[in-house]
Structures are given as C-alpha cells and as structure tokens.
Ligand binder design. Structure first.
Ligand SMILES: NC(=O)c1ccc[n+]([C@@H]2O[C@H](COP(=O)([O-])OP(=O)(O)OC[C@H]3O[C@@H](n4cnc5c(N)ncnc54)[C@H](O)[C@@H]3O)[C@@H](O)[C@H]2O)c1
Length: 369
C-alpha cells in the first residue's frame, strides 16, 4: 500500500509526515534521510504498545547506539521532575544535538519526549512515531510540546518541530475502542470546523473507521485530518488567532476535564465530543448557526453512538465548577470567556469576537447540555 506524504516547510524548516501501513519498517531510511549524523538514539516508548511492534522498530535501529526508556504514559509523566530524569540520563550519556530522540507512543509520550528534545542542548533531533489515533491526527502534528504544572495541564511547553513524523496506521489496531473514539473526536472536529465534504465522507464511512478499523479508510481520514490541522498551524504557528479554530469545543472540554479532576472516567476526546455539541448549541442560541446545522451534528452523534450528554458522565454537582474553570482558561483575555463558534458545517465564526461573561454562560447552561 502506498505511503501518503505531507511535506512541510515552515520558516525555513522542512520535514515530512508519512502515513502508511507497516511503515515503522522504514524508520532506518527515514533517519538516514532526515538526520544523517545521528550516532545515539534514545527510544522513548509507551509500555502499552505491543512488544512485537516495539521489536519491529528496534530492528530498524541496530546501526546506532540505542538507549531504551519504556514508560507508563500517565499525565503524571508530564512533569518537570520527570523531564529532569530524562535530561540527566541523556546528558550523562553525552547525547549531542546531532543525536536523536524517537518518541514511540501516544500524546503523553509525545508531549514529554518532544519537550525534552526541545530543551536538551537547546534542541536535539526528534522523530515522532505516534501510536494512538489521537496523537496521529492531533498531538504529533503542529509542533506543540508540553508538560503539566501544579497550576494546570500543559502550562509549560515549547514550540518545536520534529525531523519526521511516521504515522503507521497498523499501530492503532491494538488500541482500545475508547481510545479510538477519543482520536475520532479530533478527526470529527477537523471536519466540522473546516471541510464540509470531509464531514459528509465521515457521515457515510465512520463505521469503517470506528468498527472495522479499515486501513484504507483510516489512512484517508488521518491524512485529511493532518492536512486540516496543518492548514491552521502553518498559518498561525504561535497561536495568535487562526489556530484558535482548533479549540472548537475545547473551552468546554478542558473545563469538563478540570471539573472531573482529570480523572480517566472522562477522556479528553470524550470531553471534546460533549464540548463540540455545547459550542454548537451556544452558536445556535447566539444565532451564529441554525437549528439545521445543530441537528445534522446531533444526528451524526446518534448514528455513531457518540455521547454528548454531560449528565451521563459528570455528577450535576460539578457543573458549577465547569463555569469556574472556563473563566480561568489560558485563552481568555480579561474576565470574559472566549469561544470558537460554528457558522455552518465546515466553517467557524472568526475567533476572538465571541466573548461572554461567566454569568451569561451560567444563565444559559441548561440549554447547552
Ligand atoms: N501537543 C499537542 O498539540 C497535543 C494535542 C492534543 C493532545 N495532546 C496531549 O496528548 C495527551 C493525550 O494523548 P493520547 O490520547 O494519545 O493518550 P496517551 O498517550 O495516554 O495514550 C492513551 C492510551 O493508549 C495506550 N496506547 C498507546 N499506543 C497504543 C497502542 N499502539 N496499542 C495499545 N495501546 C496503546 C497508552 O498506553 C495509553 O494507555 C494529553 O497529555 C494531551 O495533553 C497534545
């Protein structure tokens, strides 16, 4: 099966995203192409990736001095103290800028190892091999790295580009169904905010993605999704305005996750699914979108059994916390809450123009859920 390739050129920096089936088997040649001077490699791998797949990847790395770090990808990993552990290890092994970190895991491993790569000796080579659907369509795309602080999630981070991103669709065959839905939420978001045709395609084909995990359809969906994310990122690398569109549904989602203390009872993508419906309902209340658009989205959710009912996953007592957390979102300027609203499928309203007080959201909250 053919490899789909996206070439990115950003401020004089070039790299490629490859999407294909079984393409971890081309890692050796990708390293030779993207960073030919590498001598040492640190493979930072998610412990839950099937051992056979890690073995396949390691076979590609036999020409190098290889150091393996196998980690449990909990959010706790994304901390400054864990960053120090890895930087200390790499410095003690005398890793240089010309050496390489390979991130082999989902968004947690990706954010953590990319952050380390970006600060070690002011930046060493990084190749990202995302292994969850979410990381293949979102976390590994766009150059954001980050760890958590006691003040909140992803508050410490850098913008740093990898030398290559290798998206092997085969890796996601071993994912749990819940993780599939989590990643699918971001694919759906990309279609809703930017591409009406892609949305219709998803409306027709999503059982092939979610149930069958059909390689051909997954490859297509991941490719389309990456292209959309990159469109926003390339036009607004440092997140000034356009990139804000990618936050559609996320103002609500982050607040839901915070109100739930980031417990795994609500995963990020599950919160995004709920958040996107809340944002669409808000768009309707504000007459930015129509009832027809809202119903189209609700029908999609019903067809594919995607949950948008907040009450099903979060205790009502915690609803007031959602508004409190939204008020302290890092994307707000001032006291008002900044929302990305939807005009129609494939088109958002210009971000930055829709800011509402916590009181307004509180008054309308019951209409949003
Ligand atoms: N940098 C960005 O732009 C960006 C964007 C979105 C999300 N993120 C970050 O990504 C993280 C979430 O990423 P995620 O959803 O990939 O979660 P994750 O990394 O926690 O992975 C989810 C689960 O899947 C398991 N797993 C990974 N690969 C597997 C495989 N091939 N087979 C079986 N199991 C596998 C993991 O062990 C884990 O249990 C969050 O920390 C979030 O902040 C970053």
């Amino acid at each position: 099966m053919k490899i789909k390739k996206i070439k990115i050129s950003q401020k004089g920096f070039k790299y490629s995203i490859m999407i294909g089936n079984g393409i971890i088997n081309s890692t050796r040649s990708q390293i030779r192409k993207a960073c030919p001077e590498v001598k040492k490699i640190c493979l930072v791998a998610d412990k839950n990736i099937p051992v056979g797949l890690r073995g396949k990847l390691k076979k590609q790395l036999t020409n190098y001095e290889l150091h393996e770090v196998i980690l449990n990808p909990s959010e706790k990993l994304k901390s400054f103290s864990n960053v120090s552990k890895l930087t200390d290890k790499l410095l003690s092994l005398n890793f240089n800028r010309t050496d390489l970190i390979i991130s082999f895991g989902g968004g947690v491993i990706g954010d953590y190892s990319a952050f380390v790569a970006s600060i070690l000796k002011r930046g060493i080579n990084l190749i990202n091999i995302p292994s969850t659907l979410l990381s293949q369509v979102d976390a590994a795309i766009g150059g954001k790295t980050g760890v958590n602080s006691k003040f909140g999630k992803n508050l410490l981070g850098t913008f740093y580009l990898p030398k290559a991103v290798i998206i092997d669709v085969n890796l996601i065959q071993s994912l749990s169904q819940r993780e599939m839905v989590t990643g699918f939420a971001e694919i759906l978001k990309h279609a809703i905010i930017f591409d009406k045709k892609f949305y219709s395609w998803l409306d027709k084909n999503s059982f092939k993605l979610l149930k069958d995990r059909n390689i051909k359809f997954l490859k297509e969906a991941i490719y389309k999704s990456c292209k959309i994310k990159l469109f926003f990122v390339n036009n607004d690398f440092k997140e000034k305005n356009m990139r804000m569109n990618l936050n559609f549904g996320h103002t609500f989602a982050h607040a839901i996750e915070s109100a739930n203390n980031y417990s795994s009872s609500i995963k990020h993508g599950e919160a995004v699914l709920i958040g996107m419906v809340m944002a669409t309902k808000l768009s309707k209340i504000l007459k930015v979108t129509t009832e027809k658009t809202l119903n189209r989205i609700l029908n999609f959710y019903d067809k594919y059994h995607l949950n948008y009912d907040l009450k099903k996953v979060l205790n009502k007592k915690k609803f007031s916390k959602i508004i409190k957390f939204m008020s302290s979102d890092k994307k707000n300027k001032g006291r008002k809450i900044n929302f990305v609203l939807l005009k129609q499928i494939g088109k958002t309203a210009e971000p930055g123009n829709y800011k509402y007080s916590p009181e307004f959201i509180k008054r309308n909250f019951n209409k949003l859920i």
